[in-house]
Every structure is written in C-alpha cells, then in structure tokens.
Design a protein around this ligand. Structure first.
Ligand code: ZN
Length: 486
C-alpha cells in the first residue's frame, strides 16, 4: 500500500516496523467545546486507515489521545488554558468540563461509526511521563529553565538538526512572525516553545515538578504518550493539516532531542473543511457542530443529515483535499448512499447465470482495492462501487449476466469495502444490530434466571462473567435484572 508521507512529501510504500503490525498515533480532540465537522473529518480519515489495515490482516494498535490540559488560548505559550477558562466561566471543575466534552465526542463518534481507538490516553494522566521527557531533553542540552518554566532551545537544536523539516519553515523567518506575548521575554529565541510552564497563582490546573508548580506545554503530551504506547519508533502519526506547525514540528524536535531519533516514520495529515467555499470558524458564524448537523438545527442547513450521510459525504473527497460542505453536495451524498444500499438488496435477489469467475466483477474488485491501496483514495473506490451498482442494476434488468462466483465476490466486495473499511452501515444494519442485541440479551438473561431458579449458581455466575468479558454489565435490582454496555 502506498501512503503519502508529509515528511518526504511523496507517496511511499508502507512498510511496518514490525511484520504484520501497524502502530498509529493520531492527535485527538481538545475537549473544551462541542465536537464539530473538523473533528469528524480527522476521526473518520484515520478510522478508515485503521479499518483498512485490519481488513488487510494487520494487527493494529491505534492510539488517539484526549487533550485535557495545557492547550492555551492562542495556541502559543501564553494565554489562559482553554479548559480552565471554560471551567471558570461555567463554575465547574476543569475535569468536569473535560469529561463532559469527552463524552459528547464519544457519542458523536459512535453515531458516525468511528471505532474506538485501542488506547485513548489523556494528557492529564501522563504528567509523570511528560516531566521525565523534559528531564531528558534538558540533560541532552536542548532545553533550559527560566523563572520556573522550561523552554526548548530551538536555535541550538537547529544547529545540528533541521527544525522545520516537516512544515518547510525556516527558523530565520520565524523571528519576525513571533508575537510579543507574555512569557516571550523568558525565551532565548522567539521560536523557542514551552515544555513546562510555571502556573500563575490563579491557574487551576497545576502539578508539582522539579522546576515549578505548573503544567506541561501542549506539544509534549503527544511525544510522551505516543512513545509510551507505541515505542520510541512507530509507524504512522496522523492529525489535521493545521497541526503540522507548530504542534507536529515541535513533536519531532522533542523526540529527537529526548531519544536521539525521530519517533514517527510516516506523517499523514487530513485536509480541512470549508463551508460553501469559506473557511469554517466560530467568528464567521458558519461553525457547525455535529449535533447541529444531525438535527439540522443550524441556519445554514436545509435539513438534518444523518451521521451516515455525513460520513459517506466525507469519503467523496480524498483526505488530503479540502472538503466543501454544501446542502446540495450533502443531499447528493444522501441519494447516492441510498442507491448503493438498494443495489445491495437487489444483488441478494439476483439469480446467477452459470458458474466460474466473472471478469466484470474481478475488474471491480481489482480497481476498488487499487484505489484504497493508493493512499486511501476513497473517492475513486466509491466511484468503482457505483460502477458495480450500475452493473447490478443492469443484471437485474436482464441486460447483463452474473455468475454465482461473481455474485458471492461482489457481496464480499460490498461487505469488505463499504461496510468493514469505509464504515458505512445502512440504517437497517444499525437498527437491526440493536434489535438483535436486545433479543440476544433477553434470551441470555432468561437462561440466567432459569439457572438461578434452579439454584445453579455456577451457571448463573458463568453467564454473568461471560457477559462481563463482552463488556456487558449485568445488575440485579429489586425491580429485576438490568444490563448496560460499558
Ligand atoms: Zn498531538
């Protein structure tokens, strides 16, 4: 499979560090506001990557973090922590804010059929690892302390390593663009960035460190957590295009300074979302949250769009291209998705003609997978699925024929690509699964009640344990047995 590496600025054949395994780290959300379309695009892009690797037989460890500390208001080293600010305004504990928006994010991701990551580390839960990393960077001579804060010495690092290699920026140009903000006078060079910040007296989120009571710089968490869970070197680091500078550039510098080598081997970045051709932004009044999208409750939306429509729509642009949201395009996606599902139903009913391979179907399979293998070219893959739809309809109309093997393989193509890889489930599939789950749970709990009535405690405990292993909690209350998914 070829993937575009933002570091080399070209497509490269993906070769995992460990045979048959893929380690992926993706920068997750900063949890201080409602999840929006930008969150969805990044999550869906890397969900498809992880799904496709699994579909190809890789064992995938997918780490996506939650930034719940240290992300300052102006994305620089000064200003108020965004989560702490929200907490202050709403009279909440900062962790209450972070938890609330983490839950909201999870709810939206579930609706969009984005699978949960293998590990979801929180920045606030990895302060020790971050402090250890700062110590290493200081010990290697690439950081210095001023007034209780620790800064990365970009100029010194740049003498021996190329700072700016990912973003293509040149250090000399950064001097003029750096703003004169609070904390700048503590730095030796305007481009230096904070590894640790001493907390002002009113700052709520703070931890003890060798330098001061304070908090880690934003870029540090991803360096510390990615290497903790994926090793000093790992395969893929992903995130939105807006994170290339300074976030990812700083991550590279931190890893090299701390451990002597770069951590991520391939950098992948998804492009941004525009709305009717305009950049999306809160100040521009065209900032649409996912809840508004699903409810159709924003004045720019002509109707509500289901999470699957939003997901399917996103696949119709390559992840490296900007994606423009408009009602027309979303409505077209909704219609297209419906046609796909109708064709899958039609395919079930088709009586095949004869046996043997079906060259037309082989062609669809070959082209669809070739598109996915070409840097996850989902729009081309979807276009080939639509070719298959036209073929199915032609067969149904008696204008073409399909062999039994061809029919089975075509069904496999829809299952393997549309359902498993692209993560598009029909509403029937989604609600059908829920109905099946409830039916099975009723049967299982009935069996457990029968065991209890027969005083067969071993059997009833075993059922409870097996359900627990599946992530289903069973509770016996005075009103009967209730169950919930973890
Ligand atoms: Zn990050």
């Amino acid at each position: 499979m070829e993937i575009y590496n933002s570091l080399s600025r070209k497509k490269e054949t993906f070769e995992p560090l460990h045979e048959g395994r893929a380690g992926i780290y993706v920068c997750g959300p900063t949890v201080y506001g409602d999840p929006h379309l930008g969150h969805a695009r990044s999550a869906i892009t890397f969900d498809i990557l992880a799904r496709y690797f699994r579909h190809k037989g890789y064992k995938v460890r997918y780490v996506r973090n939650i930034t719940d500390v240290g992300h300052l208001e102006n994305d620089a080293d000064a200003g108020e922590d965004k989560i702490a600010k929200k907490a202050r305004l709403e009279a909440l504990e900062p962790m209450e804010v972070a938890q609330y928006y983490t839950n909201r994010y999870h709810d939206c991701m579930r609706l969009l059929n984005v699978l949960p990551p293998s590990i979801e580390p929180h920045a606030s839960g990895h302060i020790i690892e971050q402090i250890e990393m700062v110590k290493k960077i200081i010990a290697h001579g690439f950081a210095y302390e001023t007034n209780g804060s620790v800064y990365f010495d970009v100029e010194k690092y740049n003498h021996t390593h190329a700072y700016g290699k990912l973003s293509g920026r040149i250090l000399d140009d950064m001097q003029t663009s750096a703003r004169d903000l609070d904390g700048q006078r503590d730095k030796r060079h305007p481009a230096d960035f904070a590894l640790w910040k001493k907390a002002a007296p009113e700052h709520i989120m703070r931890w003890a460190s060798p330098w001061s009571d304070g908090f880690p710089g934003w870029h540090l968490e991803c360096s510390a957590m990615s290497t903790k869970y994926l090793g000093e070197q790992f395969d893929i680091h992903g995130g939105g295009l807006d994170l290339i500078f300074p976030h990812h550039e700083c991550e590279i510098a931190q890893s090299v300074a701390a451990q002597g080598c770069e951590a991520a081997r391939y950098w992948m970045h998804n492009n941004m979302i525009t709305l009717n051709g305009q950049k999306m932004g809160k100040s521009l009044g065209n900032f649409i949250t996912l809840d508004e999208m699903f409810a159709g409750s924003h004045n720019l939306l002509a109707q509500a769009y289901s999470p699957m429509t939003v997901r399917f729509f996103m696949l119709q642009a390559h992840y490296r291209s900007p994606l423009d949201f408009s009602n027309e395009a979303l409505q077209a996606a909704e219609k297209g998705m419906k046609r796909l599902f109708e064709a899958i139903q039609t395919l079930h009913k088709i009586t095949p003609a004869g046996g043997g391979e079906d060259p037309t179907v082989e062609g669809f399979i070959q082209k669809t997978y070739a598109a996915l293998d070409d840097d996850l070219n989902t729009p081309i893959a979807v276009a080939h699925l639509f070719d298959a739809v036209r073929f199915v309809n032609a067969v149904n109309d008696g204008k073409d024929t399909l062999t039994a093997t061809g029919k089975a393989k075509l069904q496999q193509l829809f299952d393997g690509v549309l359902t498993d890889t692209l993560g598009i489930a029909s509403e029937q599939q989604q609600t059908g699964n829920t109905a099946i789950l409830h039916g099975l749970m009723n049967m299982t709990l009935e069996a457990r009640n029968l065991a209890k009535a027969n005083k067969d405690w071993a059997a009833s405990d075993k059922i409870r344990q097996q359900l627990s292993d599946l992530g289903i909690t069973v509770k016996d209350t005075k009103d009967g047995t209730v169950w919930s998914l973890e």
